[in-house]
Ligand binder design. Sequence first.
Ligand code: NAD
Ligand code: TDX
Length: 351
Amino acid sequence: MKTMIVTGGAGFIGSNFVIYMLNKYNDIKIINLDKLTYAGNLENLKCVQDNKNYVFVQGDICDSELIDKLFREYDISHVINFAAESHVDRSITDPDIFIKTNVGGTANLLNIARKYWEVDGKYKEGVKYLQVSTDEVYGSLGDTGFFMETTPLDPHSPYSASKAGGDLIVKAYADTYGMPVNITRCSNNYGPYQFPEKLIPLMINNALTKKSLPVYGDGKNIRDWLYVEDHCSAIDMVLHNGKPGEVYNVGGHNERENIHIVKTIIGYLREHVDSTIDESLIKYVEDRKGHDRRYGIDPEKIKRELGWYPVTTFEVGIEKTIKWYLDNKEWMNNITSGDYQNYYKSMYEKG
Ligand code: NAD
Ligand code: TDX
């Protein structure tokens, strides 16, 4: 039985990952450690809450006493760190918490893992620390080329800089102490349980409630989209077969301009839900500060070394995603009724 701490397991990707792993394996135990910030939601995990191999602990990755206690209590073999402040716009208005959680929290997890895993300068058999990172650490691309694992780090937002800081500390623990680690750097995810501050769920929710659809700048910024389940399968493969110390980029060549995403959502909802949802809802708004123009992942290494490739095309994934939000309106209502309203006003309805 392997016992894994999954941090941030109540967030978007973390909850999809916990569900994916518990459905796939019956010989792993998952300790989901999550602070339950505005982005954490235990409703995401209803289908696993009674699973005998699942434990939820509310807490902060910066809390060394708590992490130490978890390592003392359980024989932890793996740490998979999803916990982070994850939204670029919030990092622009309030960077401090990003540095605290994404840099400080990562360092704290590494310190305690090292304390329990390193014996006489050697690491126990079968242990691994996996850092879930992002393509945003590489900065922004021009019209051509892709991010490779060897691309220099060049983050621009406080979010991406804090993720890059976390990655470099992970690298230092591998280089200095020989800790068995992997870093995955994935492109933009979409799918069930994504908080509606991010482009796709925000646009679906706004269109359904007939609010305007705020497109930053000229709408031609490009993101490389990956269905969340494909990200989960990549992490599973890296966790089991990734070479210690290596970085793996995760993506599937699904580059789209933002405006294309917004028009795709409108097109689907107009055809299947309400014929009055149309492109007149689109509102071009002031651009995001320091807005990266284009992201694009070269996934050759993870494909070649581990045989991973995404199975969900963008066309299939976006339909599945829109249908999920249509089938789960109560989930959306619950998270948009409270504090979210204040966030939304401060972002989109100021002045
Ligand atoms: P999310 O914001 O939906 O979830 C983050 C989770 O972390 C929440 O449950 C929150 O409560 C928890 N958390 C925050 N601070 C914490 C702390 N100090 N201690 C414990 N828990 C804490 O984020 P997401 O989109 O699921 O992203 C998960 C990870 O994947 C992040 O590390 C992010 O950088 C990375 N990533 C995300 C994407 C994407 O497109 N969403 C792409 C690549 C990488
Ligand atoms: O209202 C909006 N209007 C708009 O035009 C929002 C919320 C976004 N956008 C644009 C900005 C980006 O170009 O859409 C694109 C996607 O924006 P986000 O969903 O905020 O994602 P992004 O900034 O690309 O970062 C995401 O992918 C990488 C995640 O939030 C990160 O956690 C991950 O690391």
